[in-house]
Design a protein around this ligand. Structure first.
Ligand code: NAP
Length: 270
């Protein structure tokens, strides 16, 4: 059986993906900070689908997080055939209001950890002719003011994903980039928000995706051995994603006006 490791498996897209992969008979290493949630999910999936599961508690926003996780996987004697770099979080607010430590943790979690974890598990992935999945975001194409640390980690991850696909193709390892739009998960309430940004938070009422829908789209592409590319779940978002790169100068201009219009009264010179 192929062993899939999913980071950020305690909720949202990661938890739903664990369920989808369990229905397809993948054994699962489930990683996040909330050990209780992981253990409950691991027990549930093992009981329902007869797969083997290993819950691992690990903070991936710490500098040594990826290495520590790889050591724990090694200690269990597992070889990973599918790596899903899904754990991620947001940080929102005017730059001068954000804490240095929070900024560093978000960059580590969203960008550095996927790179280091992929590096550590690469021998397994090459041996298995396996697959890396990076959960990026449509926000990778949109330089959103006050959200620029998050969007730039995702832009960097997108670039790395494209480069890695070319690099690993000759070795038989597939690299899938996932570009979701707005998904109904705890991501939004967990986003670190500065005092000013907290007053400006809102959520869309349309084009909201279900995490189970996103997870199914990812699982189908993992299982499809011929697929080696990007996915943007949902028709409207896939059109938006296709247009975002060629229309980047227009997107930037639009955001300039939108920011002045909607955040102008909150901008402080301090
Ligand atoms: N929701 C959206 O609209 C949306 C859109 C585009 C892309 N995405 C991306 O989708 C991915 C999954 O997010 P989600 O929407 O499913 O949100 P979520 O429900 O908040 O899930 C995030 C997962 O990451 C884990 N995580 C957070 N901080 C961690 C840390 N320091 N160490 C280890 N694990 C950590 C969380 O587990 P613990 O709290 O237990 O550690 C949780 O399992 C993220 O990369 C996000 O950027 C989300």
């Amino acid at each position: 059986m192929v062993v899939a490791l999913i980071t950020g498996a305690s909720s949202g897209i990661g938890r739903e993906l664990a369920r989808e992969l369990a229905t397809r008979s993948y054994d699962l290493v489930l990683v996040a900070r909330r050990g209780d949630a992981l253990k409950a999910l691991a027990g549930d999936l093992a009981g329902k689908y007869g797969v083997r599961t290993w819950p691992i508690e690990q903070d991936l926003s710490e500098p040594g997080g990826a290495a520590a996780l790889a050591e724990k996987v090694r200690g269990l004697g597992l070889e990973i055939g599918v790596l899903v770099n899904n754990a991620g979080a947001g940080i929102y607010g005017p730059l001068n209001e954000l804490e240095d430590g929070d900024i560093a943790r978000i960059i580590t979690l969203n960008y550095i950890t996927p790179i280091l974890l992929t590096k550590r598990l690469l021998p397994d992935l090459i041996k298995a002719r396996g697959c890396v999945v990076n959960v990026v975001s449509l926000a990778a194409h949109i330089p959103i003011p006050w959200f620029g640390i998050y969007t730039s980690t995702k832009a960097a991850l997108a670039n790395f994903t494209d480069a890695l696909r070319i690099e690993l193709r000759p070795l038989g390892v597939r690299v899938i980039g996932v570009y979701p739009g707005y998904v109904r998960t705890s991501f939004h309430e967990n986003t670190i928000a500065s005092p000013t940004a907290s007053r400006a938070r809102g959520s869309p009422s349309t084009m909201v995706l279900d995490p189970a829908f996103v997870a199914r789209a990812i699982a189908e592409k993992i299982a499809d051995q011929r697929f080696n590319g990007d996915i943007t779940p949902g028709l409207a978002y896939s059109i938006a994603g296709a247009l975002a790169r060629p229309l980047y100068p227009l997107v930037r201009r639009y955001l300039d006006g939108w920011f002045k219009r909607t955040r102008g009264s909150l901008i402080s010179r301090r």
